[in-house]
Write a protein that binds this ligand. Structure first.
Ligand SMILES: NC(=O)CC[C@H](N)C(=O)O
Length: 371
């Protein structure tokens, strides 16, 4: 009997030890994958870093030449490059995608926005940082600005030099972005872009230079604030509706409507509008010349498109300023909507979301004045 009890006891102990070992292995495995915070300081905010790829995670064979591949460095390695950031926040990382942002797709936007909403709904999460390629960083940020349902800070960050380049700007930008996300006063300012020590509204920021580390600018509104030595100072606020105050709910959305951009130019070929219609576009943004103006034969085709219920938004190919209603172009006659001061790429984002709700041009126009 005694032997039986001893062997039962031994059996229980060894099962418990085995379970503990396997639990530890899962934890170690998760840590390696980067989805568990290493140590937790209860006095620090909890920030989740969602990685999507881009130059910030780019790796090349030489530190001095321009060639590299985006999205090679996993999120944990990115975080390990900024050990100082662990003094600002408890950090955990998740890999959402690993792409150069020229490959950014609606499916990744939806996955990202849903994950941000899930995480922000958790009481213990205080803010989100998203690492992203700079090519389409401002479009992703504006998509989140319209679809995130939380006032918690959501900060998008990238880099112009790859992680293996000499004087890489990624670690500093990431440190700054974590500082912004970890700062209480960053809440309820919409989605932010932190680059090169400046903080921009997702609505206003745009990439203005192909290679400079000061590429992000906000030509119509300037930066909202600055981040320096891990500390944030604010100078402006965004007044347009964002995050919890928008009408867009993507929680059940699995695909976005096809919306395309046409670039305006002298002697423009009007058959491009037909090409888009036969490709199944549901809405068109025209990066028109000047104040969103259209080549005369294009205007005729646009009138045909709007009369078939395809909304057409007039934006501008110029780098700043607004497109005004009833300027040289007769919006009443053409049935067009103006983008206000949204650049064509962001006008496309808003039109995609608008088309989930309506194709009524008066309602869509109202959205372009509110968001
Ligand atoms: N500097 C960058 O991040 C741009 C490079 C890359 N094409 C990207 O957008 O991911």
């Amino acid at each position: 009997m005694r032997v039986f009890v001893y062997s039962l006891l031994l059996c229980c102990i060894s099962t418990a030890v085995l379970q503990l070992c396997s639990l530890e292995t899962v934890a170690q495995h998760k840590r390696k994958k980067g989805n568990i915070a290493q140590t937790r300081d209860n006095n620090l905010p909890n920030i989740v870093v969602l990685a999507t790829g881009g130059t910030i995670a780019g790796a090349g064979t030489s530190s001095v030449s321009a060639g590299y591949t985006s999205g090679k460095v996993p999120v944990n390695q990115l975080l390990n490059a900024v050990p100082e950031a662990k003094k600002l926040a408890n950090l955990s990382g998740e890999q959402i995608a690993s792409v150069g942002s020229q490959a950014m797709a609606d499916s990744i936007w939806l996955k990202l926005a849903k994950r941000v909403n899930q995480l922000c709904a958790r009481e213990e999460v205080d803010g989100i940082v998203i690492t992203h390629g700079t090519d389409t960083e401002s479009e992703t940020a504006y998509f989140l600005q319209l679809t995130v349902k939380s006032i918690k800070p959501v900060v998008v960050v990238g880099a112009m030099r790859s992680a293996t380049a000499i004087s890489a700007d990624g670690p500093k930008n990431l440190y700054d972005a974590i500082a912004v996300a970890a700062t209480r006063s960053s809440a309820n300012r919409g989605v932010l872009i932190a680059m090169n020590e400046q903080i921009f509204s997702a609505r206003e920021a745009t990439k203005t230079n192909t290679t400079s580390t000061a590429t992000f600018q906000s030509p119509n509104a300037g930066p909202l604030g600055v981040v320096y030595d891990g500390k944030v100072s604010w100078y402006h606020s965004i007044l347009r509706k964002h995050t919890i105050d928008t009408e867009f709910d993507i929680s059940q959305v699995t695909a976005l409507p096809k919306v395309d951009i046409l670039y305006g130019y002298a002697n423009m070929d009007a058959s491009l509008v037909d090409c888009l219609l036969s490709a199944g576009t549901k809405g068109i943004v025209i990066a028109g010349v000047g104040n969103g103006n259209l080549y005369p034969t294009v205007a005729v085709k646009v009138r045909e498109a709007t009369s078939k219920g395809i909304p057409v938004v007039r934006a501008s190919r110029t780098a700043s300023g607004r497109v005004t209603l009833q300027g040289e172009t007769d919006d009443r006659q053409l049935g067009t909507v103006v983008s206000d001061d949204l650049d064509p790429s962001k006008a496309r984002v808003l039109l995609q979301l608008a088309l989930l709700k309506t194709n009524n041009t008066a309602i869509i126009q109202d959205m372009f004045f509110r968001y």
